[in-house]
Design a protein around this ligand. Structure first.
Ligand SMILES: [Zn+2]
Length: 201
């Protein structure tokens, strides 16, 4: 096998090992029937039980990756043993990277894009808007890209950045897909947040 074709097979393995375990979050939720209860991307989403449910679904898809990753791992072993070693090695590299990436959270790394606390906070904000201590008489909290706000009184209710929520993205086909692969579901603003800024006292 020439060096060039080995490199090609390796990259193919990496690509497949990157996409396969992310399949649930990349594909499952983007069908039309799955999104009838939510406004189209990128519009802000009104807080509702549907939205809370969606955050929990995305969280499940995210962790499902750790189960689905077994597939490229087995395929990788089989390829190294009986098939194309470069392809198998590529699968192994990207699959083990995914596992490390998911597990880093447990040693104090960056939290996943969707968490249970996020769903709880959304529900608390929605309940508050229904009660008498909402931000205004017509409180209608919406989740925009940079936080939860009320369009009626313009008050910002939470700084929680909005991750991808599994809606069909408004970007044209390959770009939406690439965006998701690069951000892994996180809000892009999360990455700007990592840049340290002087804290205000
Ligand atoms: Zn309001």
């Amino acid at each position: 096998m020439s060096f060039l074709s080995a490199t090609g097979f390796f990259l193919l393995g990496v690509l497949l090992g990157t996409i396969l375990p992310r399949f649930p979050f990349l594909m499952l939720s983007r069908t039309r029937g799955f999104n009838t209860k939510l406004p189209p991307h990128p519009e802000p989403l009104p807080l509702s039980p549907h939205l809370t449910q969606r955050v929990l679904h995305m969280r499940m898809f995210y962790w499902m990756g750790l189960v689905v990753v077994i597939l490229p791992l087995i395929l990788g072993i089989a390829s190294v043993r009986w098939g194309n070693a470069a392809f198998g090695f590529g699968l192994w590299v990207s699959s083990s990277w995914l596992i490390l990436n998911r597990l880093q959270y447990f040693v104090g790394g960056m939290p996943p894009p969707w968490t249970k606390q996020m769903a709880v906070e959304l529900q608390v904000l929605a309940d508050k808007a229904e009660s008498s201590d909402g931000c205004c008489n017509w409180a209608s909290p919406h989740w925009g890209v940079s936080g939860v706000y009320c369009p009626n009184c313009n008050s910002k209710l939470s700084d929680m950045l909005r991750p991808d929520l599994g809606r069909k993205r408004s970007e044209r086909r390959p770009f939406g897909f690439l965006y998701l692969l690069l951000t892994d579901g996180h809000s892009v603003l999360t990455f700007f947040d990592q840049i340290p800024v002087a804290e205000e006292e």
